[in-house]
Design a protein around this ligand. Structure first.
Ligand code: 5GP
Length: 238
């Protein structure tokens, strides 16, 4: 598969056109950023881990009937994906209070949120991803009320599938971020689901197994990424 024209380059991934209409090549780079791009580094092997975990988890979700952008894995750092019209909204599902949630609301870190909390944020680093509600989303023309309802419902289904899979491995899915896009009249799960976009805790000691290790300098980021990628994929990554 030859990568063609560069379509979009984000903080950790690049999209290229392909010879096939409606299909793109998604490259996972070794760049890692945090705090709206305020902290950045290059960690060799990180693109490989996130590509592998995203392919595995999207495959798992597809088998559970959740439609995703993934067509197939091309090599260690590239996925073949459907070309979506992305909706610039970050849908966050929280099972445990952590991160920005405990900074904004009177919860304690680790509090269980039952039912899970679903949050919508505008994808806009320059504004620090402000929170949206239905009226603001519709006023901005980002999505219809129907699409919002569907995104929320799919995100909660994704949460159930991922939480169950991770729980069996002794990992708590504290929260995660997902993104959606339109493809031929359908709403599909897009972007990635990886250690960059999930908050994962070891069920035994609540040790961070995700990008918080990088954000808050909690240890060797690549050692954690490699070992959790192996754990999530039963050894097929790493
Ligand atoms: P928080 O709002 O607590 O900072 O983040 C909640 C969850 O969403 C965390 O798992 C975090 O990794 C994910 N998340 C929030 N914003 C972003 C983002 O801009 N990019 C990625 N990859 N994940 C994000």
């Amino acid at each position: 598969m030859s990568a063609d024209e560069l379509i979009y380059s984000g903080k950790a991934k690049t999209l290229y056109s392909t010879a096939r209409e409606g299909e793109l090549l998604m490259e996972f780079r070794d760049d890692i950023t945090a705090f709206d791009g305020g902290k950045k580094d290059i960690l060799p092997g990180k693109g490989y881990c996130n590509c592998c975990v995203t392919a595995f988890l999207f495959g798992l979700l597809e088998r559970e009937g959740i439609r995703t952008q993934l067509i197939g894995k091309i090599d260690a750092t590239h996925l073949l994906v459907r070309s979506l019209q992305m909706i610039p909204i970050e849908v966050i599902v929280r099972n445990r209070a952590a991160g920005s949630f405990v900074r904004r609301y009177p919860f304690r870190e680790g509090d269980t949120l039952k039912p899970p909390v679903c949050e919508l944020n505008l994808k806009d680093d320059s504004r620090h991803d402000p929170m949206l509600n239905e009226d603001i989303t519709v006023a901005l023309g980002l999505a219809t009320k129907l699409e919002l309802r569907e995104m929320r419902s799919i995100a909660l289904r994704v949460n159930r599938v991922l939480s169950a899979h991770l729980e069996r491995l002794g990992i708590v899915l504290a929260d995660f971020k997902c993104e959606f896009g339109r493809f031929r009249g359908e709403l599909l799960l897009g972007d990635e689901i990886s250690m960059d976009s999930m908050r994962l805790w070891d069920a035994l000691d609540r040790k961070s197994l995700d990008k918080d290790v990088y954000r808050y300098a909690k240890g060797d980021v690549m050692e954690v990424y490699r070992s959790v990628a192996r754990r999530i994929t039963s050894g097929s990554c790493g």
